[in-house]
Design a protein around this ligand. Sequence first.
Ligand SMILES: [Zn+2]
Length: 57
Amino acid sequence: MTVEPTRMLTGPGVLRVVWLPGSDRLQGTCHCGATYVADGPIEVWDWLLAHPIGHGS
Ligand SMILES: [Zn+2]
């Protein structure tokens, strides 16, 4: 396989954003297992897109 997945934002185990029932909050989950809860999708995606910096090669 020569597909380069590093820029893909979809698919299992990559980046996920889920709504937390009972609240207005969203939780983002990185493929490395880190999670972040924020009040809106913009904040979650800002974190997700910035967070992978530092994962290493
Ligand atoms: Zn991560």
